[in-house]
Design a protein around this ligand. Sequence first.
Ligand code: WT7
Length: 698
Amino acid sequence: MIPDKAPKEDVFHGSEDLKKEAHITSFENYKELYMKSIENPDEFWGDVAKDFFWKTKHTGQFLDYNFDVTKGEIFVKCMEGASTNISYNLLDRNVHERKLGDKVAFYWEGNEPGDELTVTYRELLQRVCQFANVLKSQGVKKGDRVSIYMPMVVELVVAMLACARIGAVHSIVFAGFSAESLCERIMDSQCSLLITADGFYRGDKLINLKLLADEALQKCRDKGFPIEKCIMLKHLSKEAEETSLGSQSPPAKRSCPDLQEKQTGRVKKTRPVPQVPWNPEVDLCWHALVRGASDECEPEWCGSEDPLFILYTSGSTGKPKGVLHTVSGYMLYTAATFKLVFDYQLDDVYWCTADIGWITGHSYITYGPLANGATSVLFEGLPTYPDVSRMWEIVDKYHVTKFYTAPTAIRLLMKYGSEPVQKYKRESLKVLGTVGEPINPEAWQWYYNVVGERRCPIVDTFWQTETGGHVLTPLPAATPMKPGSATFPFFGVVPAILNESGEELEGPSEGYLVFKQPWPGVMRTVYGNHQRFETTYFKKFPGYYVTGDGCRRDKDGYYWITGRIDDMLNVSGHLLSTAEVESALVEHEAVAEAAVVGRPHPVKGESLYCFVTLADGVTYNRTLEAELKKQVREKIGAIATPDYIQNAPALPKTRSGKIMRRVLRKIACDERDLGDISTLADSSVVEQLFQNRCCTAV
Ligand code: WT7
């Protein structure tokens, strides 16, 4: 439970200034509202819902659910009977009712300094309507799945909201994923259309996205799932149309109205543009389609529990899970968490550095901020390009007030010291946030002292793709902070810590982090596999949602996430399953068996340490090592590239043949204290592996 009073020792506060305008001004204030949200969720969420437009009102209970597998099917329903449209609430409502039409929705900042665009709420509404009409003209209907594979551009937001407007279900695949991963996701959710772009730059590196998209579609065809339509945005340059497309170019006229407005062409620096393959049977030009489309589009009124989107997250079996979120609950939850966790005020300029291809971008670049009518920075580039001051340059350029990033980015920048930060003023900053993995206290202190100059509270937000929004988090003006702790639950969230036998632990304790009841934003199912949803999250401890994270509660009631307790790894804030990487490795003909463990890494949090047992007669060498690395990149994506590969003639196994990953983790870290290894079948294997450890990353 939440303590009555906040602790006074070993805690940090931001400056007093924030309290003057904050929504939640004190710990007492938080506690009081928290109790209300638990005792009377209908009233609490009912108040949040009042800000939104409902075509028809809900009929049943505000939140109806079963969290107990022993009592039947798991379900969560929020505001059943109500109908609404999320794009209407994010756009039309802000433009027409709240008169925010001229307010900037996004400042788009490209990879290259100087590449920029501004989009107001009115313009965004028009563009979403146009593209919604485009989708309709291509036969996309309510309930259809649309796959989106795009860089960080405004059109990505346009595409997702256009889907939402017509009740289609978007499935965004992070543009860093491989063709194979895209194919797998398209097929799993049976998407009827793909939206992509020609390419983009990450720093100096050109990513030829269309080529990857084509490869994915070919793989789909080969596997008997033809997908007929692919809409391509020309992002890199309008000149690209004339030059590289040549006779294969799309038949439409080649000028592009949305690039001709205030800014002409958004990628100014002359750069090589990709050779874009064009298949007239399948490919459609974004710009040509939009040109003919009306900018008015009546929204499709959706039921509260209609699906909004699918987003894939790693699963411990190796096959990604299509996490499904639905319309109303997700809207209320992202809107409320955005408003209260970042203490959103009308004149804020907010910047979340995540990619929209991850849940953080879905909830806290698109849905939460737009639901509040916020102005955000949408950044395409990297924190280190063209130099390591880029983040702070952007903060000053747009007078960013609320800034949200990942511990891995903080650790990366920390290596360069405070000088690149102090080159810029950062006077506008008021609240800083982190997400993705536990933040080590050293990085926390640097963020707090150097970046925020001890003025800005840090909201360490713990949540998951599955939770839809923040579940454990400080509120910036109300919660005293402890570096490394995600502090307390958000409204409506009831955490508990369980021991191995499933008993709830009271007071200071450590164990499994679970939640006892749903909140509006929790996922509803694994797309196409409800049983997997129940097994993954509800089976181990009936009656609870199991996060898969370990957690400690201290004497003051603060929650500290200790990391994953399943076969998941967190590399730079991205979850990967060991099984996923292992299966990519064993698909190589030289590999007989593979076992992957995490090894702590100073910047990435964890790095991938892979043990491979080779097939008979194969010898290990640098060429094979490079091939294996490439194999994993091609199967999954660059984020899964192994850092270490060790030739392991044999793996430590139990007598029943189960690989002892616990032992492998120790070997990867060169820790000799192995604990109990009495179940090990052959202990000489361990010594052999210790002797042949990889000392340097591959
Ligand atoms: C896992 C979820 C939520 C968006 C980004 C990742 C870890 C996330 C924190 C935090 C400690 C954290 C957990 C969680 N995690 N935020 N503030 N402190 N751990 O989404 O890919 O679904 O990963 O990330 O292990 O279960 P995701």
